[in-house]
Design a protein. Structure first.
Length: 95
């Protein structure tokens, strides 16, 4: 929990001129190569320095990168693979 909180506290909102037009993204997670068993949900795209992150509910993702693939889709940014950085069941959030 402390790790997720520290990561979240280090992320800042960008000024409106640099903000995403639509920060809501679609998030999918599942065993690599098995689209039919994916978890699905939404998240919020945030930017810190030159990196982009997605904050989502913990239950949207499978909590591992080993053998599992995570994807983020947005009309503005297209589709991209993602890596789970941290999740916290007690806060209900994942980054």
């Amino acid at each position: 929990m402390k790790t997720l909180f520290a990561l979240m506290m280090g992320l800042t909102l960008v000024p409106a001129a640099h903000a995403f037009v639509n920060p809501t993204v679609r998030v999918t997670s599942g065993a690599c190569g098995q689209n039919e068993s994916r978890f699905k949900g939404s998240g919020v795209l945030i930017r810190h320095e030159s990196r982009q992150y997605v904050v989502t509910s913990n239950h949207v993702l499978i909590n591992s990168n080993d053998g599992f693939c995570h994807h983020v889709e947005s009309p503005t940014l297209g589709s991209s693979t993602a890596k789970l950085i941290v999740s916290d069941w007690s806060m209900g959030l994942a980054l």
